[in-house]
Design a protein around this ligand. Structure first.
Ligand code: NDP
Length: 433
């Protein structure tokens, strides 16, 4: 705490993992001798830089850029870039820390990292976003490389931003190094299914959890928070599997659509118009926008928080429980407050932590890297099949680990321990570096 003052989200993420590691550390003293936990608290490298750019009015704007290269025991640093005004070092470190375990859990050769900026893309023109991305990459490029550090998207960073970032990387280095960024457009080195992967994977994971109690998503009512990449594709996959999705949200409020969210309209509003929840409601008879409540008040069987950290609190969990929720899975990173997680788990709700449930995004990024390395491009069906296998594998690994450590059904413990074991073994094997 003294070394990382004021980084509340980072402390929360570390505590949440370390709280579950007691049985592992007792069983494997070599991790204590090798100071694995201490090493996991200290990123290998933290880069903070100034990002100057010129807005449409000709004014110079200054933002702060970050890249935390957290742990590379298993492979090059891998993790997204977040552009949101709330970004500061504590957010980037929490996300980078989580990313280590998530990436380990996928079974793929990728280390953990995260980055971003306090730049707010909302309300900015394409030209402003492009100039910002170019300036950001003008510093970041020297730290990247397909064998070194491979960023992707996150909040505020989608296909448009990855395009501008990749363009500037290519220009500065004079290298068409596709494997340096993932989430690229399919025409220029991207992978089919990468856009959909996080949301799809979250729902695939949910389906696997439900099956352990003899249920399926088909016919269930689902609430989703967020209205961005993860939320939209979670809605899409849940609908494909026969569920009715009643909600989505953005920072202006949440939408209830009793007839089920109209996905084509939502995509048009969010992806084409870059509009707000109110724009959806204006074009959708029967849907309503709630600006002074909680999306978790809507009675559902399954809740999928897909917006941001700490968006599902203890009181929300109480409401979900009183409405008979069966499963909660985290499409976002750390959206559920630790007290809410404990309450849901004690009450017998199937709870899928983000490290496991939203790992489909980074896993498909690793598939994009594979395609880039072999100069190949797979079909949608093949890539989705691989994603499905990966999500089932992650689910089964978490479940088996939870069982082995005496906590059957505890996916939080299973994910933390399974991820930790893989990365800890690599850290010990590589010596004190
Ligand atoms: P997007 O930027 O596409 O969408 C984010 C959505 O969440 C928007 O609707 C946004 O609303 C809302 N939101 C963001 N911050 C806040 C906030 N502080 N308060 C209220 N609403 C907020 O991001 P993604 O969908 O890519 O990411 C969502 C979550 O999923 C994040 O936690 C991210 O870390 C996680 N994730 C993403 C992956 C990916 O592949 N993209 C992979 C794994 C995890 P508004 O537009 O009004 O701000």
């Amino acid at each position: 705490l003294r070394r990382n003052p004021g980084e509340a989200e980072f402390h929360q993420a570390v505590r949440e993992v370390f709280d579950t590691l007691g049985p592992v550390v007792r069983k494997h003293p070599q991790y204590v001798e090798a100071a694995v936990l201490e090493r996991l608290c200290e990123p290998e490298r933290q880069i903070i830089f100034r990002v100057p750019w010129v807005d449409d009015a000709g004014r110079v704007q200054i933002n702060r850029g970050f890249r935390v290269e957290y742990n590379s025991a298993l492979g090059p640093y891998k993790g997204g870039l977040r552009f949101h005004p709330s970004v500061y070092l504590g957010i980037v470190k929490f996300l980078g820390f989580e990313q280590i375990f998530k990436n380990a859990l996928t079974g793929m050769p990728i280390g953990g990292g995260k980055g971003g900026s306090d730049f707010d893309p909302r309300g900015r023109s394409d030209g402003e976003v492009m100039r910002f991305c170019q300036s950001f990459m003008t510093e970041l490029y020297r730290h990247l490389g397909e064998h070194t550090d491979v960023p992707a998207g996150d909040i505020g960073v989608g296909g448009r931003e990855i395009g501008y970032l990749f363009g500037q990387y290519k220009r500065i280095t004079n290298r068409y190094e596709s494997g340096v960024l993932t989430g690229k457009g399919v025409a220029w080195g991207g992978s089919l299914v990468r856009t959909e992967a996080t949301g799809y994977g979250t729902v695939m994971f949910t389906q696997e959890m439900l099956r352990t109690s003899g249920r399926e998503l088909d016919g269930l009512r689902v609430s989703v928070s967020g209205g961005g990449n993860v939320a939209i594709h979670a809605i899409e996959k849940a609908q494909q599997l026969g569920a009715t999705v009643l909600t989505f949200s953005d920072s202006s409020g949440y939408v209830v659509d009793e007839a089920g969210v109209d996905l084509a309209l939502l995509k048009d509003v969010k992806e084409v118009q870059r509009g707000r929840a109110a724009d959806y409601v204006a074009r959708r008879p029967g849907a309503r926008l709630v600006t002074d409540g909680r999306v978790w008040d809507v009675p559902v069987d399954v809740a999928l928080p897909c917006a941001t950290q700490n968006e599902l609190l203890v009181d929300d969990a109480k409401v979900l429980l009183s409405n008979g929720v069966l499963a909660v899975a985290e499409g976002a990173n750390m959206p559920t407050d630790p007290g809410a997680v404990a309450l849901l788990q004690e009450s017998g709700v199937l709870f899928g932590p983000g490290k496991a449930a939203n790992a489909g995004g980074v896993a498909t990024s690793a598939l994009e890297m594979q395609q880039n390395a072999s100069r190949d491009s797979w079909t949608f069906e093949y890539a989705e099949g691989r994603l499905d296998e990966i999500m089932t594998g992650i689910h089964d690994r978490c479940a088996a680990t939870a069982e082995e450590y005496g906590a059957p059904g505890n996916y939080v413990l299973g994910a933390n321990i399974a991820g930790f074991l893989r990365v800890a073994d690599a850290i010990v094997a590589l010596g004190v570096i």
